[in-house]
Structures are given as C-alpha cells and as structure tokens.
Design a protein around this ligand. Structure first.
Ligand code: PLP
Length: 474
C-alpha cells in the first residue's frame, strides 16, 4: 500500500504530466497544497522531497518548488554535424512531395511536414477577417495587387519588423506567395546555375529543393544544435570555395531548432561583409522563440544591406493563405521585377485579410499563447521519445518553433522507418532529405504542433517499437 505522501506525490506528478504545470512553473506552496489535498504540512513536505528525488521538481532558495525543465532522463542532443566538405549538387528530394501529400490525408498522424494543426492557429479570427474583407472591398479583390503588394499589409509588417530589431519602411518590403517564393526569388537574383550556396547542415529541405531546381550547388557547414552554424567552419569554407551566397535560418532553425546568439549574428555579418557575400536570412520561426523576448534578426546587425530578409505567416497564422515577404535591401528593384515576372502578383484576398487581422490587434497576445503551446508540445514529444525509443537515441532541445530532430541508433535506416510508419498511417520526415548528399541516414524530424492525445501517444509507441526492431535486425 502507498503511504499518504506517496499518493500526494503521484497526484502532483499527474498534474505535471498533464501539463497543468509546465517546465519552469512554480508549483503551489506547502500551505496551499495541504489545503488542496486535505493533508498535513509534513505530508506535503515529504511528497515534495520524493518528487525532488525523482528529479521532477527542484527547490529554489526562498522561492519554493519549480517543475524541472528536464523531468526525467531526457535524451541528450546530437553532436555538432559533420557534413561533406565540398560543394555538391542536391539530390534525392523527390521523396518530399510524397511526404507533404501525406499531410493532406485526414487519417494520418502528421509528424512529417512542419505544418501546425489548425487547432493551434487563430482560424476563427482569420475567417472573420476574410469575411469582412470580402464585404468591405468586393470587386477590388478581383484585381491584381501588383508587386510590391498591399500597402496596408506592408505597413503592418514594417511595424512588426521593429520586434526583430529592424528599422523597416513599408516600401522596403515585397509581398510574396509564402517564404518559399521569397527564398527562391533571392537565390535566382543573387546566383546562377553552378554557383555555390552555403547552408546549415542539416538544412530545411525547401531550401535544398530551390538550390536543386536552380542547378546550384550546396556547401553544407557543420552546425551546432544549440548555437547554429559554426562560424569557424564557415570562415574556412569562405577562404576555400567561391561562395556566391549564404542561406540560413538563424532563429529557431529547421530542423535543429537552434537560435544563434547575438554575438554570433554580429560575427556572421562581419565575416560575410569581409568576403562581400550576401546572406539570405529565413526568419520564418522568429516570432516563435520560447523566450519571452523575440530574438533579433541577423538583418538587425547589418549595416551594408548585405542581408535579404525572408519570412511568412505560414507557421504562425495560416500556411494556406500563402502570404510571405522579402526585404531585399539593395536588390529591391531586381527582386520586385522578378516577382512580377514569376507570378505577376500574390493573391489579393489573403493580403487584405492578413492586413485586416493585424490591424485588429491581438497578434502579440496570440503569439504569446501559441509559443507556450508549441513549447509544451515539444517538451511532451521529447519526453515521449525518452520513454519509447531506445536509450541511445538523441534529441534536440529546440529554442523555438515546433520540430524536433532525432538521432536514432546507427543501425536504423530512417527511410525504412518512414516506409513502415506510412503503412501505419504515420508520416515522419526521414533525415536524408535534410542534406544535399542524403546524409543523416539514421535521423528523423518530427512535427510537434499536433495536439497530444491518445492517438498521438499510440503513434509514438508504434514508432518507438519500429525503431527498437530495426535496431535489432541485422
Ligand atoms: C525554414 C522554413 N522556411 C520556409 C518554409 C516555407 O514557408 P512558406 O510555407 O511560407 O512558403 C518553411 C516551411 O516548412 C520552413 O520550415
């Protein structure tokens, strides 16, 4: 039979497991708990000691008990990556289309594409903005909104850029169909087929695909899962190779989830200025960092208009509305023209609707909420990996966004795992698609922006079992 203090400890554990208290939250004081559970103060103290011993909570002097950020053996993060040291053409990306197609099938557990479940997005408010826009602007919505795009939307984005530390005028901004179009326009403008583009390793596959279809070469640079691209390795690469541009995700990168410290951002800008190399900065996850303060964009450190800043509302508001933007600095005219030649204009209705949504206010309040939601989901998923996957599995500790990058035991081939998981209606992203040379054979990326429920837990148990089995097979 359990002693009373053990029962209280278990009930507190349940509250933590149900995320009533998140990592870093203070749990109620002794007096409050003794009232809540109807037990003596000494019983509560014993229960707290037990939880402390189990590593679930930690005492802070004169402040009380807090939920530990790493409640039980959380797998440690992967080491600094060691990619190929030569520029190479990109191969093996065709698989990604099948992966994202699975994201459209309703009965799939969607852990593959980095797409938030609609329950995390402000869908109602967006729908209201769409309806009121239709009522208000009627026929105007049927016409082209030629580049640079809707003036009110650009004004709202310019205001928001201050949060990233950037002084931006609405005329500096060109609206695009998502961040992917912004990245492609930048690459096409700066480089030509055969040119070398520096990227992180592992890198966002959309960037690899753009490099692939434009016939350019990728030069992967070792990247630390906590601080981002290795500046020492980058410096050596710039000495050695004729690099045309650098394309990075400096804040809450995809798939590592790391954010470059400010001093690295400054050093990066200085280094690139020394070699006169432009940076294509993808800041799509910038608003989704887990710290209360939004991380600054690398662009905020840029004095020479060396940075072409790209982003979108796909991760924070609606991937389906396809609204992104680019702030191209001295390449503005070229990119504006290229945008016009590529697709004439970004659809008019979503531009008006997002401008309306931003004008209404409340976006920052929503962001505070969704950042917390994503942090909670990420933390639950990391713990599920710790619980159901083999012991030697390693997982990143993202500083924002909603994906985790998992290093599986060496024997596990993630493409094989992906096939087996698809057969069970679970989509995952195999590591190979995050490298130009299909490295990361024993890695996967999981999308954590899914509500944690029985179905998801079952999927994690199934994945864990498959990994165990693949690890055993010869
Ligand atoms: C780092 C990164 N950049 C760009 C994109 C594409 O964004 P959009 O849907 O706005 O084109 C994604 C989507 O997964 C992403 O993760």
């Amino acid at each position: 039979m359990h002693k009373l203090y053990e029962t209280i400890a278990r009930q507190l554990t349940e509250r933590i497991d149900q995320s009533l208290y998140l990592p870093g939250d203070r749990i109620p004081g002794v007096r409050k708990l003794s009232e809540q559970f109807g037990v003596s103060i000494s019983t509560v103290v014993q229960a707290q000691r037990l939880l402390e011993d189990e590593g679930r909570i930690e005492a802070r002097p004169r402040s009380g008990y807090y939920v530990r950020t790493q409640p039980w053996p959380v797998p440690s993060p992967p080491a600094l990556s060691r990619p190929s040291t030569k520029p190479t053409p990109v191969t093996g990306q065709e698989l990604v289309l099948r992966l994202v197609q699975a994201a459209n099938e309703a009965d799939f557990v969607q852990l593959g594409a980095a797409v938030p479940h609609p329950s995390f997005l402000p869908t109602r408010a967006i729908q209201r903005s769409l309806s009121s826009t239709v009522r208000k602007y009627g026929n105007e919505l049927s016409t082209y909104q030629f580049p640079p795009g809707n003036p009110e939307l650009r004004r709202q984005i310019a205001r928001r850029m201050a949060e990233a530390g950037c002084q931006t005028h609405p005329d500096d901004i060109i609206i695009t169909s998502g961040c992917q179009e912004a990245l492609t326009l930048c690459l096409q403008t700066i480089a030509k087929p055969g040119d070398v583009i520096v990227i992180e390793s592992p890198a966002f596959y959309g960037l690899l695909q753009a490099i692939e279809v434009l016939g350019m070469k990728a030069l992967e640079i070792p990247t630390d899962p906590h601080t981002g691209i290795s500046l020492a390795a980058l410096s050596l690469a710039l000495e050695k190779w004729p690099v045309k541009a650098c394309a990075l995700v400096p804040n809450s990168s995809n798939p590592l989830g790391c954010t470059m410290p400010d001093e690295n951002k400054q050093a990066l800008v200085d280094l690139l200025a020394q070699f006169d190399i432009p940076l294509i900065e993808d800041d799509i996850y910038g608003d989704l960092g887990f710290d209360a303060k939004r991380p600054r964009a690398v662009s905020a450190f840029d004095k020479n208009e060396q940075v072409l800043y790209c982003s979108s509302f796909s991760k924070s508001l609606s991937p389906g509305l396809r609204i992104g933007w680019v702030i191209p600095g001295k390449y503005r005219e070229k990119i504006e023209y290229r945008k016009y030649v590529t697709s004439l204009a970004t659809p008019t209705l979503p531009q008006y609707a997002i401008a309306d949504f931003l004008q209404q206010g409340g976006y920052d309040r929503y962001l505070r909420q969704v950042r917390r939601d994503y942090q909670r989901q990420v933390s639950i998923m990391i713990r599920a990996v710790g619980k159901y996957f083999p012991q030697e599995t390693r997982v990143t500790q993202p500083q924002g966004g909603f994906v985790i990058w998992i290093e599986l035991p060496k024997k596990v081939d993630s493409l094989q795992l992906c096939q087996q998981a698809l057969a069970q209606r679970i989509s995952i992203a195999p590591g190979q698609i995050f490298s130009a040379t299909q490295k990361y054979r024993n890695f996967i990326r999981l999308n954590c922006a899914q509500p944690w429920n029985e179905v998801l837990e079952k999927a994690m148990i199934t994945l864990g079992r498959m990994v165990h089995e693949l690890n055993k097979s010869t």
